[in-house]
Write a protein that binds this ligand. Structure first.
Ligand code: DQA
Length: 148
């Protein structure tokens, strides 16, 4: 079982970036917690962050052939702009959950639309970095042979 955790632009700044919105947890913390959670369930986690749209598209394409069974993605601002990331996710047909640390629906109108949500299995918004863990819990349950 292999899960890809993808983070988009500016999420490398987690922990110092607008902490009143995104909290104090760093991306390294998020990735370490996710890795531990996946390994405890007998799965493997590959974590990748990029500020570049094409690099995220490439990582999604690579997941098609490396045995990845599920993707957890916080596309950052590309959520609201990227047809390319939507097409990549639809193209590889790997189920994914979209995560947003903040409640985008409480924020500026331009954050209310996502190019990904209608092709996602589900969307978690506004639960802080716990949202990654909840998405991963879903991914692990859906990949486990005993899952119903
Ligand atoms: C975000 C919300 C986006 O609108 C924003 O551009 C981000 C982070 C979130 O996790 O709340 O970079 O995806």
């Amino acid at each position: 079982m292999k899960i890809l955790l993808l983070n988009g632009p500016n999420l490398n700044l987690l922990g110092t970036r607008e902490p009143h919105i995104y909290g104090a947890t760093t991306l390294a913390d998020v990735e370490a917690m996710a890795r531990a959670q996946a390994e405890a369930a007998g799965a493997q986690l590959h974590a990748f962050q990029s500020n570049h749209e094409g690099a995220i598209v490439d990582a999604i394409h690579a997941a098609r052939t490396d045995g990845t069974g599920f993707i957890v993605i916080n596309p950052g601002a590309f959520t609201h702009t990227s047809v390319a990331i939507r097409d990549a996710l639809a193209g590889v047909a790997i189920p994914f959950v979209e995560v947003h640390i903040s409640n985008v629906h409480k924020r500026e109108a331009f954050r209310h639309h996502s190019y990904l949500s209608d092709v996602a299995v589900g969307v978690i918004v506004g639960l802080g970095t716990l949202g990654y863990s909840l998405a991963l819990q879903y991914a692990l349950a859906s990949l486990a042979p005993a899952a119903t």
